[in-house]
Design a protein around this ligand. Structure first.
Ligand code: SF4
Ligand code: SF4
Length: 255
């Protein structure tokens, strides 16, 4: 997700502080055009939200709806949503009235027509965020009168939690790009462990209980309780734990 402004793909423009013209609603002639014939990458938090929305365990969700794809670097795969095998290759969650998982739709869907990228600053103390505007001929929302600034769009689309989790994921994926598998290669035990934490959270919950992981690290009782009850908190802990065990990073303090 790091970005080099020299390489912004065609048909995208950088969005700054000025408002942009866009409105998407059920009355537009192109309604749900963007939910067909698309390549949709799922980040770990997307999978978490979707599997909970559908009432599925993460293994069931992954088996029914997702596939492995080449990642942004050779050392960890990406995950993509399987489209329906119909003439439109429509999204499996597209219903007659629109998106059936709207409250939990993936990051890419809620960010569209924008795309978001983050770049780690040289001092590693912070990140610079970029938004790009996509320009697809099939999308007529650009001709509507309403305008938004990027922060209004983030608020309107409830992007805050998604962006927070995706930024944490960007950090972990950048760590995976350093090939921390200690010579095991792709799909070795360490990489499988990492894949479980990122995309198979229900299994990671069982693993964490079996190995008493939460008792091995210094953390206050509130955080421990939140991790025990909340999948998002467990995912955050999993990201910290992977960097600690695989990269010896000080993301957790052992007791
Ligand atoms: S998840 Fe919802 S918004 Fe996203 S492509 Fe599928 S139907 Fe469309
Ligand atoms: S194509 Fe654009 S305007 Fe039409 S439904 Fe999708 S996002 Fe909205």
């Amino acid at each position: 997700m790091a970005v080099d402004l020299k390489f912004i793909p065609e048909r995208r423009t950088v969005v700054g502080k000025d408002p942009f013209q866009f409105h998407c609603h059920a009355g537009v002639g192109c309604f749900t055009n963007c939910c067909r014939k698309l390549e949709l990458y799922l980040y770990p938090y997307d999978v978490l939200r979707l599997k909970n929305s559908l009432g599925l365990r993460s293994t069931e969700f992954m088996r029914a709806h997702a596939r492995i794809a080449p990642g942004s670097h050779p050392f960890f795969p990406a995950v993509m949503l399987n489209m329906r095998d119909n003439v439109d290759n429509s999204c499996p969650f597209l219903g007659t009235e629109g998106c059936t998982v709207y409250k939990d739709r993936p990051s890419a869907c809620r960010t569209y027509p924008l795309e978001r990228a983050v770049e780690k600053q040289a001092d590693r103390q912070g990140m610079t965020v970029y938004y790009f505007m996509t320009h697809h001929d099939y999308c007529h929302g650009h001709q509507e009168e309403r305008t938004y600034t990027v922060s209004q769009w983030e608020r309107d689309q409830f992007l805050y939690e998604y962006n927070l989790m995706n930024d944490a994921w960007a950090e972990v994926d950048a760590f995976f790009a350093t090939n921390p598998w200690q010579g095991e290669g792709a799909a070795g035990p360490r990489q499988q462990l990492a894949f479980m934490v990122c995309y198979n959270l229900d299994e990671f919950r069982l693993y964490a209980a079996r190995h008493n992981l939460l008792r091995l690290f210094r953390m206050d009782r509130d955080r421990r309780r939140r991790i025990e009850r909340d999948d998002g908190e467990l995912l955050r802990f999993g990201f910290d734990w992977l960097q600690f065990v695989l990269g010896d990073r000080p993301t957790l303090q052992p007791l």
